[in-house]
Design a protein around this ligand. Structure first.
Ligand SMILES: Nc1nc2c(c(=O)[nH]1)N[C@H]1C(S)=C(S)[C@@H](COP(=O)(O)O)O[C@H]1N2
Ligand SMILES: [Mo]
Length: 559
């Protein structure tokens, strides 16, 4: 529905092989089994030995009135933020799944070496005997589940994720501020340690299929319920936020301690996923209990703000809201495949601005040392197919000439030997692919600043375009652009060395770009020529790069 794939896109987006697969390392199974045994098992054991524990807290009819001195009910702002939250969370979770499918493996180590993942959502092991790119590894996900779904849709998925996240956070902040400004925090925040044994007693009831005497949520939540709501608001949401930020190359380069909070960047990604899982589990149980403990009354609480037992309007309006969210999902699907540029532009308007005002003002730093270098480094991009490159490669790039031109005073043609004679800068950095994998490597080459000094850009030249011998995913020369400013930064080099050896062909020989603190796709491999321009709009489709043109990647990964 709504998609118009060309045959080339069809092959990428909707492959013949779309099997759903989840593979876990044995220790993950054991951990999971251990957790279930320690909770559900312990509940059954307690039931068998000591019988069902007493109901915690006041029970019976007294519940509805006895706690009236405490804050109760559901003021308008609680009801509104609840549904706004539901709307944004549905978009964030679904786009998150689409992002995950683009590199369907999760690790605890920065190098992402094959077979070190604790969970994978692909039936395939990484073959070691042939070129296998991260893009080959991307998985199909149904557009019903993922936003926008299909295979390798990370560009559009990121647009959705990052457009919605600021609103989700804003809604959460407003909610928490009002919670604290009114007395309502007392409904969510436990104020006595007795909440723990009480919550356990409630859990023993649920886990052994007994109903605890439920208090009326209009006045008070049961202990387990309070603890879960508290955890979602004050633990899951902040951890989602911080682990999400920890994945950004811009953050990694400036606030190295943030990913460190989780151990490393890939651990942050794993935690980000575990939070998604926790949200999902919460959602399922929450909705089930809302329905099972008095659907009509509960819906009147959260829709009308009344404690009515006979008003149908709560259920009717609630269902209408859910329907509206589903209809929006259909609209989102249409927007994704028919008007993706709109999304791409909104994304940059919101986050480009937010980034510029905040993180971009801090200075990036290099952190890594030789001992951090990853044993494996994923590769991406289509190897050049042209006769021209093949001939050059066959002779170890002896006849290679890098041509640098465009709006410059002094266009040049430089051989590898010319470049190497100018000296070499080495740096050890973490590479962040937009798909989700990372790798740490040493890179050696000439700073772009030196090239700029030699060619002397004419006034008005503000953009530098890098063209590759290789092609993009759907054909056409691969290229990307950077601001001249960015090319002058210390981390921007044309590299011919990787891990103290000549740059391997699969990683971009003879020359590749390194622009640390940017995402991987901005770092053109197999560079053929460089051109200085006054605008990136004049080349390709005008979006600043091959992947920006074809895959709706962020216009400004400049971060
Ligand atoms: N010519 C060309 N350069 C490219 C690409 C490509 O497809 N073609 N892919 C980019 C992407 S998405 C990434 S993550 C990095 C990967 O670099 P590596 O293969 O050395 O890991 O190269 C970038 N440079
Ligand atoms: Mo990438």
């Amino acid at each position: 529905m709504f998609t118009q794939f060309s045959p080339a896109e069809q092959a990428v987006k909707y492959p013949a092989e779309r099997r759903v697969f989840i593979g876990l390392k044995p220790y993950v199974w054991w951990t999971f089994a251990g957790l279930v045994a320690a909770t559900v098992g312990a509940a059954w054991l307690q039931l068998a030995i000591g019988g069902l524990p007493a109901n915690p807290g006041p029970v019976g009819p007294v519940l509805a009135t006895a706690t009236k001195e405490l804050p109760h009910g559901f003021p308008g702002w609680v009801r509104l933020s609840h549904w706004v939250n539901f709307f944004f969370l549905s978009l964030i979770m679904r786009s998150g799944l689409s992002i995950l499918a683009d590199h369907p493996r999760l690790y605890w180590n920065n190098g992402c070496s094959p077979d070190s993942e604790w969970i994978r959502f692909t039936p395939h092991k990484v073959p070691r005997d042939r070129v296998y790119t991260a893009k080959d590894d991307a998985r199909y996900i149904s557009p019903v589940l993922g936003l926008p779904g299909f295979r390798h849709s990370v560009g559009i998925a990121r647009c959705w994720h990052f457009i919605t996240v600021p609103f989700f956070i804003l809604n959460g902040v407003i909610f928490i501020v009002l919670l604290l400004a009114t007395d309502h925090w007392r409904r969510l925040v436990p104020t006595s340690w007795s909440v723990l044994p009480d919550a356990w007693s409630v859990f023993v009831h649920y886990a052994t299929f007994h109903w605890p005497a439920e208090p009326n949520g209009f006045f008070r939540y049961n202990a387990l319920q309070q603890l879960s709501y508290f955890t979602v608001v004050f633990l899951l949401a902040p951890v989602a936020l911080v682990s999400g930020m920890a994945m950004s190359p811009a953050v990694e380069n400036r606030m190295h301690w943030l990913p460190k909070l989780f151990g490393n960047r890939q651990a942050a990604r794993s935690v980000h996923f575990l939070v998604l899982l926790a949200f999902l589990v919460f959602l399922v149980i929450h909705v089930a209990l809302v329905v099972l403990t008095g659907a009509m009354r509960n819906m009147n609480h959260i829709i009308l703000g009344t404690d009515s037992l006979s008003d149908w309007r709560g259920i009717v309006i609630g269902s209408a809201i859910v329907l509206a969210v589903v209809l929006f999902a259909v609209f989102a699907h249409w927007l994704s495949w028919r008007r993706p540029r709109v999304l791409q532009r909104i994304e940059v308007a919101i986050n480009g601005t937010l980034w510029r005002l905040t993180i971009n003002r801090l200075k990036p730093k290099l952190y890594y040392r030789q001992k951090d270098i990853s044993s494996y480094f994923w590769m991406n991009g289509k190897m050049p197919q042209s006769e021209e490159w093949r001939l050059l490669a066959d002779q170890s790039f002896r006849d290679y000439r890098l041509s640098v031109g465009g709006m410059v005073e002094h266009p040049v043609q430089l051989s590898l030997a010319d470049l190497q004679a100018m000296g070499m800068q080495q740096q050890i950095t973490m590479h962040h692919c937009i798909q989700g994998w990372t790798g740490i490597a040493e890179w050696g080459g000439i700073p772009m600043r030196r090239i700029v000094e030699i060619v002397r850009p004419k006034p008005g030249a503000t953009v530098v375009a890098f063209f590759s011998f290789g092609e993009g995913l759907y054909g056409g020369a691969y290229y990307d652009t950077h601001t001249l400013d960015n090319c002058l930064k210390p981390g921007c080099i044309l590299a011919w060395e990787m891990n103290y050896s000549p740059l391997p062909v699969e990683h971009g020989a003879p020359l590749r770009l390194r622009v640390e603190n940017q995402l991987g796709y901005k770092m053109v491999k197999w560079i053929r020529s460089i051109e200085f321009l006054d605008s990136s709009k004049k080349i390709g489709e005008g979006f600043g790069g091959k992947n920006e043109d074809d895959e709706y990647y962020d216009l400004l990964a400049d971060s």
